[in-house]
Write a protein that binds this ligand. Structure first.
Ligand code: ATP
Length: 321
C-alpha cells in the first residue's frame, strides 16, 4: 500500500511555488506483508510507530483499497465492501471507539445497529443483555455518547461493534488511554468473548499486558514488512540474547559479579543477566560454588524483549537506508 503525500520546503516562497506546481512523494506504508490466520485464532499484530499496522487493518476491514497485493478475509476481497462481508467483521479503534452520532444515547445507537445489521428482536435482546453484563453497560445505556468518558466510550464502542456477532475482529489499540482497571476490563472481556464465540481476532497494541493476556501468536511488522511471525514465547530467543537468573545465596559477602551482569541485589537475592547459551553452565557453577537457597531462570519481560526487537529492527533499517 503506497500513500502519495504532498511535500514542500518550508517558507513562503515554497508555499507559493506549490500553488503552481505540487510535488509528491510516495510513502510505502505496507509492501511485503503476508500472513494467514486460521479461524478462531487471536493474533497480536505489533510494530513500532509508523510500521504499517493501522494501514493493514484498514485494508483488511475494507476501508482502504491497496495499491497492490492480494487479500482475502473469509474468502472475500475486503475493499469490495459486500454487505455480507461487512456483517461478518468489525474494526474497533481505541482512538475512535464510536461512530459519528454523538447526540444519540448509547441505547439509540444499539437500535441503530439493530436496523443497520438487520438483527432479529430476540437475538438483539439476547446479545445486548450478554454484552451489557460483560461490559457493565447498565449505567451508560441511557446516556448520550458525547457525554461518555474515554473508558465508557470504549466499552460502548466494543458492545456496539459486537452486537451483530462479527466473526472477525480487527482491534486497533483497544486499551489506548484507559486507566489500568478499565484496560483490564477490556482485556478480560476480549478474552471471554473470543473464547465464547470462537471469533478470529487481529489486535494491535503497544500495551504488552494486552498482548500477554490475549495473543499466543505474534506477527511483528516493521517498515511495511513482516519481521517475525510465530509463538509469543519464541520472540525472546530471536531478539533477546539473554535470560535472567534470580538466585538467593546465604554465604557471607558473596561476589556474584563474575557470573553475569548484576541487574539487582536485594539482601541475599541477586538478579543476573546471562547469555542464553551460558545459562546451564552458569547455573551449575553457582550451585557448586555458593550456598544456594533458591534459584530460578526467567525469560525477560515481553516489554523488554519488544524493546530489544525494536532497537535491533531500527539498527537494520538505519543500515539499509
Ligand atoms: N493517510 C495517510 N497519508 C499518507 N501517509 C500515511 C497515511 N496514513 C499513514 N501514513 C504513513 O504510512 C506509514 C504507516 O502508518 P500506519 O498508521 O499504518 O502505522 P502504525 O503501524 O499503525 O503506527 P502507530 O503505531 O504509530 O499507530 C507511516 O509512515 C505513516 O506516516
Amino acid at each position: 500500500m503506497t500513500y502519495r503525500v504532498p511535500v514542500r520546503d518550508g517558507g513562503l516562497l515554497a508555499a507559493a511555488r506549490t500553488l503552481v506546481r505540487r510535488q509528491h512523494r510516495d510513502v510505502h506504508a505496507v509492501r511485503n506483508v503476508s500472513f494467514r490466520i486460521p479461524a478462531g485464532q487471536v493474533v497480536g499484530f505489533l510494530g513500532r510507530n509508523g510500521a504499517g499496522k493501522t494501514t493493514t487493518l484498514k485494508i483488511l476491514a475494507g476501508i482502504l483499497h491497496p495499491t497492490g497485493g492480494r487479500v482475502r478475509v473469509l474468502g472475500e476481497v475486503p475493499w469490495q465492501r459486500r454487505n455480507h462481508y461487512l456483517r461478518e467483521i468489525a474494526l474497533i479503534r481505541g482512538s475512535q471507539p464510536i461512530g459519528d452520532a454523538p447526540e444519540l444515547t448509547v441505547m439509540d445507537s444499539f437500535h441503530y445497529q439493530q436496523v443497520l445489521y438487520d438483527i432479529g428482536a430476540a437475538q438483539f435482546e439476547h446479545n445486548l443483555a450478554e454484552l451489557s453484563e460483560l461490559l457493565d453497560l447498565g449505567g451508560i445505556l441511557q446516556r448520550q455518547v458525547r457525554a461518555l468518558s474515554l473508558g465508557e466510550r470504549m466499552r460502548a464502542g466494543l458492545a456496539l461493534a459486537l452486537v451483530y456477532r462479527p466473526k472477525v475482529l480487527f482491534l486497533d489499540e483497544p486499551t489506548i488511554g484507559l486507566d489500568v482497571s478499565a484496560a483490564r476490563t477490556i482485556r478480560t472481556f476480549l478474552a471471554e468473548y473470543s473464547a465464547r464465540t470462537g471469533a478470529t481476532v487481529l489486535l494491535t497494541s503497544h500495551a504488552m499486558a494486552d498482548v500477554e493476556s490475549l495473543c499466543p501468536r505474534l506477527v511483528l511488522v516493521d517498515d511495511g514488512a513482516i519481521a517475525f511471525d510465530g509463538r509469543r514465547d519464541e520472540l525472546g530467543s530471536l531478539f533477546a540474547p539473554a535470560k535472567l537468573i534470580r538466585v538467593t545465596v546465604t554465604d557471607d559477602e558473596p561476589d556474584l559479579t563474575p557470573y553475569g551482569e548484576v541487574l539487582q541485589r536485594d539482601g541475599y537475592q541477586w538478579l543476573l543477566r546471562v547469555g542464553r547459551s551460558e545459562v546451564p553452565a552458569t547455573t551449575a557453577r553457582l550451585l557448586s560454588r555458593f550456598a544456594v537457597a533458591d534459584l530460578s531462570v526467567e525469560e525477560p519481560s515481553l516489554e523488554s524483549v519488544m524493546d530489544q526487537a525494536y532497537q535491533s529492527l531500527r539498527r537494520t533499517t538505519d543500515l539499509v537506508s
